[in-house]
Design a binder for this molecule. Structure first.
Ligand code: PLP
Length: 387
């Protein structure tokens, strides 16, 4: 194995070197509890202030609208549960899509068991929600809608401006939560301009540390905490702050965002290059990610093979990818996202997610294609026995 080729960046990313250095420095020298009244505490508090500003700047938001959490999962839970608990009279109807991350879907399932009326909007073959279905589903009782900006398995981007228009027309009192975990730092996202109230982010998807994220809550929107205790994060998220994590996240957010346009151009080029090579070399492969999808995610189905087998063969060559999404890869069930998009079982079984970062190179993708050319004939079901 000469060189690792990491193509699983939607599962998690390699932290930036400067982020790792900063985390070490903060852990070593600024270990005070931000709630302590002495200098050590104040130093730590100031570092959090700086990270909150760095994160807010990426969204062009007020730092007071940023609440640090333990990651995307907690942000999604806090957004949905916190809003509904704080606004019991907002309505008993909530809406999401069929292709959300489990950290939204499981919350909705739980709320259904508590008596909420829950609707799941279907998607088309590109993974975009059907706006007509949304239009027919919202009503005056709708309290909250939750949609992801970019899907974690195929990269489909949801038409947030259209969703906001439908809300304005048909259910103006409903709030909109956006799970931006896969899109934050990769696309320009400005919640105030987008007219949304809640937005989730996660640090480890943008070359920051794991176990840290944030929720944007628009000024004036009431939400209740789901963790009770010492009242940190203006009483919205109790628990001693993860100062090194918060600092690493702030720096990663600033670093990623400062290169957002260049990164997007670079990764778009990589996607085009890779898809071109796939089409050239694997006639029967199907690209499940549309041209308009977030270029960082390329989902490809190779029929007649099991994606898990391909994944492990690639791994032996130092190439790391995912089947469907990493979060659900320990479960044997088929991808709910590809299913919702109408992909047939045979193609779901052979689906691989190649997820890129701006650190990847065309040479790495070329090597990956050459490895696929070696592996696929050997593991394809129809060719088995001939080799
Ligand atoms: N939402 C989406 C779209 C994701 O892709 C993920 C993680 O894969 C999450 C939420 C959960 O984020 P975290 O791993 O920070 O809990």
């Amino acid at each position: 194995m000469s060189h690792e080729i990491y193509l699983d960046n939607s599962a998690t990313t390699r932290p930036y070197d400067e982020v790792v250095q900063y985390i070490v420095e903060v852990s070593r020298s600024y270990y005070g509890n931000p709630s302590s009244l002495h200098t050590k505490g104040i130093e730590a508090e100031n570092l959090i202030k700086k990270a909150r500003l760095q994160t807010a700047n990426v969204l062009r938001a007020d730092p007071k609208e940023i609440y640090f959490t333990s990651g995307g999962t907690e942000s999604n839970n806090l957004a949905v549960l916190g809003y509904l608990r704080a606004n019991p009279r907002a309505g008993k109807h909530i809406i999401t899509s069929e292709i959300e991350h489990p950290s939204v879907l499981e919350v909705f399932k739980h709320l259904a068991s508590e008596g909420f009326r829950v609707d799941y909007i279907p998607v088309d073959t590109r993974g975009t929600i059907k706006l007509e279905a949304l239009r027919n589903t919202v009503d005056r009782e709708t309290a909250l809608m939750s949609f992801m900006l970019a899907n974690n398995e195929v990269g489909a981007i949801q038409p947030v401006s259209e969703i906001v228009k439908i809300r304005k027309e048909l259910c103006p009192s409903a709030v909109i939560h956006i799970d931006a975990v896969q899109a934050f730092g990769k696309l320009p996202i400005y919640p105030a301009g987008m007219n949304i109230e809640l937005l989730s982010m996660s640090s480890h998807k943008i070359h920051g540390p794991k176990g840290i994220g944030a929720l944007y809550v628009k000024k004036g929107v009431r939400i209740k905490p789901i963790l009770l205790g010492g009242g940190q994060e203006t009483a919205l998220r109790s628990g001693t702050e993860n100062v090194p994590g918060i600092c690493g996240f702030g720096l990663a957010a600033e670093t990623t965002a400062s290169a957002m346009e260049d990164n997007l151009t670079k990764v778009s080029g990589l996607k085009e290059f890779f898809i071109g090579k796939i089409k050239e070399n694997f006639e029967d492969a199907v690209i499940n990610s549309s041209d308009e999808a977030l270029p960082y995610i390329i989902n490809v189905s190779f029929p007649n093979l099991k994606s898990e087998v391909l994944l492990h063969h690639l791994e032996q060559k130092g190439i790391f990818v995912s089947t469907g999404s990493a979060c659900s890869s320990h479960k044997s069930s088929q991808s709910h996202v590809l299913k919702a998009m109408g992909v047939s079982a045979k193609y779901i079984d052979g689906a691989i997610r190649f997820s890129l970062s701006a650190q990847n190179t065309p040479e790495e993708l070329d090597t990956t294609i050459n490895s696929l050319k070696e592996i696929i004939p050997v593991i394809s079901i129809k060719h088995r026995g001939k080799v």
